[in-house]
Design a protein around this ligand. Structure first.
Ligand SMILES: Nc1ncnc2c1ncn2[C@@H]1O[C@H](COP(=O)(O)OP(=O)(O)OP(=O)(O)O)[C@@H](O)[C@H]1O
Ligand SMILES: [Mg+2]
Length: 253
C-alpha cells in the first residue's frame, strides 16, 4: 500500500490551478476566462494596470470571493496566507499577539517569536502596532503570514506604501524567507523592476486575461545591472503600454 507521502507525490500537481476563471461586476467583466497554473514553490509576480483585476484575481485564489465563476477548476492549497499593502495589524493588540491571531498553544507562540526574529523584529514582541514604522509593520505582517507555514503566499502590493530604500530591504527579506520556506508566491505589484528582481515568472493581466507569461531565468541575488534585465523590463513595459520615456519621467511605470 502506498504511504501517505507517496500518495501526496502521486497527486501532486500545481499549487494553483485556474481554468476559465471569470468574474464580472454587474455588466463589467473583470476576469475573462483566466487559465493559470502555478507550480508548487514557484515565485510569480503579477503586473497590470490599476483596475485590471489583480486584487480581484488574488481574492478569488484566496477563496475570499464567492461570486467568482469558473468553467473549470479553482484549486489552491489549504494553507494560504495573504499580505496586503497596509499591515492590517490590530492596533489594540501587541505585535506578537497580532502575529498569533487565530492560532493557539505554546508551540504557536514559539513559532510566532521565531517568525518575528526571522523578519528582524526580535525584542519587539510587546510593542504596539502604532510604535512600529511602516516597514516594521509590514515585516510584522510577513511574520504573521509565516506563522501559518503557508503553502501559498498571496501578496497584494505589500511594499507599495514603503519608501524606496525600505522597499529594497523588504525585497531581500522576502526572497530570503521564500528560500527558507519555499511557499508558492503570487506577488501583485505595479513595479516592473520589483517583479523582475524578485520573481522567477512574471505575468501581466490585461483586459481580463493573462497577456504575458515571462520566465525570468536569472540567478539570485539579481543585479539591476544584468544586461538581460533591460530586455525583460522593456518587454513588460511594452505589454503595459508604457514607453521608457514616460517611465523615466515618473520614476516608475
Ligand atoms: N466589489 C466590487 N464591486 C464592484 N466593482 C468592483 C469590486 N471590486 C473590484 N471592482 C472593479 O473591478 C475592477 C478591478 O479591480 P481590482 O481591485 O481587482 O483592480 P487592481 O488591478 O487590483 O487595481 P489596483 O492596481 O488599483 O489595485 C475595477 O474596475 C474595480 O472597480
Ligand atoms: Mg489592487
Amino acid at each position: 500500500m502506498a504511504t501517505h507521502a507517496e500518495q501526496l507525490t502521486a497527486v501532486e500537481g500545481p499549487a494553483v490551478r485556474l481554468t476559465g476563471l471569470t468574474r464580472s461586476f454587474e455588466a463589467r467583466t473583470v476576469l475573462d476566462g483566466i487559465d493559470l497554473d502555478i507550480p508548487a514553490g514557484q515565485f510569480t509576480a503579477l503586473l497590470g494596470h490599476s483596475g485590471s483585476g489583480k486584487s480581484t484575481l488574488l481574492r478569488a485564489i484566496a477563496g475570499l470571493d464567492h461570486y467568482v465563476v469558473g468553467s473549470g477548476e479553482l484549486t489552491a492549497p489549504e494553507r494560504v496566507s495573504v499580505v496586503f499593502q497596509d499591515s492590517r495589524l490590530l492596533p489594540w493588540r501587541r505585535v506578537l499577539d497580532n502575529v498569533l491571531l487565530g492560532t493557539d498553544g505554546k508551540e504557536a507562540a514559539e513559532r510566532g517569536r521565531a517568525a518575528l526574529a526571522e523578519v528582524g523584529l526580535a525584542g519587539r514582541e510587546r510593542a504596539w502596532p502604532n510604535e512600529l514604522s511602516g516597514g516594521e509593520a509590514q515585516r510584522a505582517a510577513l511574520a504573521r503570514s509565516l506563522v501559518r507555514d503557508p503553502e501559498l503566499l498571496l501578496a497584494d502590493e505589500p511594499f507599495g506604501a514603503l519608501d524606496a530604500l525600505t522597499r529594497i530591504r523588504m525585497h531581500v527579506l522576502l526572497r530570503e524567507l521564500w528560500e527558507r520556506h519555499r511557499p508558492s508566491v503570487l506577488l501583485v505589484t505595479h513595479d516592473v523592476d520589483e517583479a523582475i528582481v524578485l520573481a522567477d515568472r512574471v505575468l501581466v493581466l490585461d483586459q481580463g486575461r493573462i497577456s504575458v507569461d515571462l520566465t525570468i531565468d536569472r540567478p539570485h541575488p539579481r543585479s539591476y545591472r544584468d544586461p538581460l534585465f533591460g530586455e525583460y523590463r522593456e518587454r513588460l513595459l511594452d505589454a503595459l503600454g508604457v514607453t521608457e520615456h514616460h517611465a523615466n519621467q515618473d520614476g516608475h511605470q
